[in-house]
Each structure stands twice: as C-alpha cells, then as structure tokens.
Design a protein around this ligand. Structure first.
Ligand code: TYD
Ligand code: MG
Length: 453
C-alpha cells in the first residue's frame, strides 16, 4: 500500500500548500486552509485510445480549423438552447448550479428524458427507483435515457465505455469520488480530480457532459473557484422557492452570450417552458389599482413586460421603512430622493415598499421610470392607465434618460396591446409607423403632468 499522504488545500480557491497557514497566500482569505488526505496511487484515468495517446498536437492556421464537428446538439428545450447559445456544444462541460430544491435534478432529468440521443443520467443522490418515480411524472415514455446510480468515477467510465452515450449528466459533482485520491467526496481535491477526469473524457470523445453542482449559503458554487474556470459553461438556476417561476441564467459561456435568460414554471409534472413571459408577469385584473406600473424591460435579447407595485404609506414609527423585492434597495432610495428634490414630492416621512411581481430580479435600468410612476401613483392614490407602459432610466438631476434597444421594447409593448409607452425625449427611434402612442418626456416632472393631469 502506498504511503498515506496529506496536503493542505484552500477551500476557497483550491491552492495547495505543504503545511497549514492562517491565510491563503493565493486568494488572501483567512481560515480557509484545511488538511485533506490524498493518496497518489498509480493513475489510470479515462483510458486514452491508442491513436490519441500517440497524437501530437500541431499548430494550425485559424482559417484551416474546421468547425463542422462543432454542430450543436439540440436539447429540445428552447429556453435551455437559448441560454446555451444555440444548444450543447460537443465535448463541452456545462455546470448547473442552484439552491437545494430549486429543480436542478428535475430540469436535467426532463431534458435527458426528452432527448432523441442516448443519454446517461448518473445520480449519486437518489436511487434508481426514486428517479423512475420522478420520471413517470415528467415524461413517462423515454427510449433513450439510461440511469446509473454510482459515485465512483472509475465505475462510471466502465459503464460509459459499455454504453457509449451521446450525452452524460452527472448529478452531482459533489458526490463523485475517484479511487486515486482518498479524501471524502465533495472535498476540494476530489472535486478537482473528478472534474479533470470528466473534462478529459469529454474532450477526447466529443461527448457533452452536464454537471449539477451544489451552492454554498452565500450563493457560490460549492468547491473550488477553479471548478468554474475548468468548465466551459456555468449556468445558474434560481428563483424564489415559494414562487412557481424559475430563471435559468448563464454566468459564463465560452460559446455564447451570457445575457440570455430562460424562464420555467414548476408544475406537478415537471418544468414548463414559459415562452411568452410578459403574459404571466402582468396580473390580469380589471380593477384600477393605484401603485402599479408596467415596465418594458429587456433581459438579454428578449423584451419582458414586468409589473411593478409600490405602496407608499405614512410611517408609523420614527424612521420610515424602505423595502424592495426584486429591485435594488439603494436605487429605490435614490429615486425617492430625486422625487423629493426634483419633483417636490414629500416622501421623507413615508414608508415605501416596492415589489416586482413573479419573484424575479431585474437589473435593467429601464425599469426606473416605472418605479417612479408606481411610487407616485400609490402616493396620491390615483391609478395609472393599464394600457400605458414605461421604459427609461432616471438620473440624479431628475432627467429621463434613454435606454438601449428602445425599438424592441416599443414593438413588444405594441404586440401585447399597450396603447402608449413613455420613453425619454432623447431616444433615437427608427422611423416606423407604430400604432402605439409614443410619449416622450425629458424630466420626471413631465411624467407627473402626463400621468395625473
Ligand atoms: P429537485 O429537482 O429535486 O431540486 P434540486 O435537484 O435542485 O435539489 O426539485 C425538487 C422540487 O421540485 C421539489 O420540492 C418538488 C418540486 N417538483 C414539482 O413541483 N413538480 C415536479 O414534477 C417535480 C419532479 C418536482
Ligand atoms: Mg437534486
């Protein structure tokens, strides 16, 4: 038996040290170094084929490199395809992170079941019976999906060699362990080693591999940061567990944009793709309610109509409360200060609550003007015409600023039957015959005149 060897690893960045130290000299974090048992036995990883071990890499002119083999695999799931930039790239490693219970396993199993390719779903978390029970709810008939409950990479590779699947899903990377390292599954060295083995397998066989990853309580993917560097794509599955909507974002994508966003709805029989999110994010009541305004926002390339609700009431306690869900609280304070100083509204002694419906988080600055409208509407208790929407940023001087891709926002509003849209006076819009009424404003003050006069 080989001698047991230990080494010290930073749990944050994955650097290794020969002895313990209080601060990691690589990432400067304190108290992150832990000892892990490693045992370097003789390594026989994913077996390299005869030809590939003899192959010597040669430099090639970029124009001579063919991309024909890079045709993407369609996942049969439009939202996922869009987030990935058009489908799975052969030989790529995709990491899907998200809070426990958010639906990572459900999403991946659903995709594995729908795919027309031979798919191997490796689970280290659930038994085959449990997976079968779930699969019956989601998609009862599937010809091409194989389930393997195994956590040892060497056994997984034996199965892969027998089955030669077109796609491999690993649920989850934190449960895997390799024989060549003796530390426990989920430790830094295990994650690093098993991911390296999987990368080698993916690149050599051109098989796409999807890894499911746990996240830590501050929202980062558990394991070394290096894991995110090693994979090609990092996707984040998020949402409020009490809401039915889930959002799939890409944090890193070597083969596409990271601005895209996919929306799903969790139902009794799996995740439904929401292809027209604007309809679900706007409540369909006929009453005129004060304090709601609709914003034409953009997430990635996709326009989204979002409803903003505000409640302004007299503060009961000394210090007024300000709270925002789905919107940056600091930005809300800024907007309230602008309204106070530039438009003369006395909001200093009022409690202000702001909510973006559907439990989603919006970063697009174009939502500012709708926030202003919702706050003012609630303050004077007069509702805003439901056929009006807003798309503009608000500056510190109370000016209404232009936003990007305004023609897309206008088209979406028009498509959904809005009668008017408020934008900045300085927006350049293409000369088209819009049926929607475009209201141009320059200052927050003008908005007030348009809304309530
Ligand atoms: P799961 O995929 O197990 O989450 P993760 O792998 O991210 O930890 O999701 C579990 C949740 O999803 C669970 O609380 C129940 C819910 N769910 C549904 O609402 N409908 C379904 O069809 C399925 C399979 C799960
Ligand atoms: Mg799971």
């Amino acid at each position: 038996m080989a001698k047991v060897k230990t080494s010290f690893f930073c749990q944050n960045c994955g650097s290794s040290f020969s002895k313990w130290q209080g601060q990691c000299s690589a990432c400067k974090e304190w108290n992150t170094i832990a000892e892990e048992v490693i045992q370097k036995a003789e390594k026989v990883n994913w077996k390299v084929s005869e030809t590939s071990s003899k192959r010597v890499s040669k430099s090639l002119k970029i124009n001579e490199i063919s991309t024909a083999s890079e045709a993407r695999l369609n996942t049969k799931n439009n939202e996922l395809n869009r987030v990935l930039g058009g489908g799975l790239v052969p030989g790529s490693l995709t990491l899907l992170g998200g809070e426990p219970g958010i639906g990572k396993s459900t999403l991946m199993l659903q995709i594995a079941l729908q795919l027309p390719y031979k798919t191997l779903y490796v689970s280290g978390e659930e038994s085959a019976q449990q997976i079968k029970m779930r699969a019956e709810r989601i998609h009862p008939n599937s010809e091409n999906c194989y389930i393997l409950t195994e956590t040892k990479t060497q056994n997984i590779f034996t199965q892969i060699a027998e089955l030669s699947p077109d796609i491999v899903v690993i649920d989850s990377i934190q449960t895997l362990h390799t024989d060549y390292i003796e530390s426990s599954p989920g430790s830094i060295s295990q994650i690093r080693e098993t991911t390296t083995e999987l990368i080698k397998f993916a690149k050599e066989t051109n098989t796409p591999v999807i890894l499911i990853g746990h996240i830590t309580k501050d929202g980062n993917i558990a394991g070394p940061k290096i894991l995110e560097h090693m994979v090609d794509t990092v996707l984040q599955f998020e949402g409020d567990r009490n809401h039915v909507y889930r959002i799939l974002r890409s944090q890193k994508n070597r083969f596409g944009s990271t601005n895209e966003l996919g929306i799903y709805e969790m139902q009794g029989n799996g995740l439904r793709e929401v292809s027209n999110p604007s309809e679900i994010l706007i409540s369909k009541n006929d009453e005129d309610l004060s304090g709601t305004a609709i914003s034409a926002t953009l997430e990635g390339m996709r326009p989204l109509m979002i409803e903003i609700q505000a409640l302004v009431s007299t503060a009961v306690y000394g210090t007024p409360q300000r709270s925002a869900t789905g919107y940056n609280a600091k930005r809300l304070n800024m907007i309230l200060a602008v309204l106070e100083k530039r438009a003369g509204f006395k909001l200093g002694a009022k409690d202000v609550f702001l909510n973006i419906t559907g439990g989603i988080n919006v970063d697009d600055p174009a939502i500012d003007l709708a926030v202003v409208a919702a706050v003012l509407s609630s303050n004077i208790d007069i509702s805003i015409d439901k056929s009006m929407c807003f798309a503009a940023e608000v500056g510190l001087a109370g000016e209404v600023r232009p936003v990007t891709k305004v023609d897309q926002r206008i088209s979406e509003a028009e498509k959904l039957g809005f009668k008017s849209i408020v934008i900045s006076k300085y927006c350049k819009i293409p000369k088209k015959n819009y049926t929607i009424n475009i209201i141009k404003v320059a200052k927050v003050h003008d908005v007030v005149k348009h809304l309530f006069s």
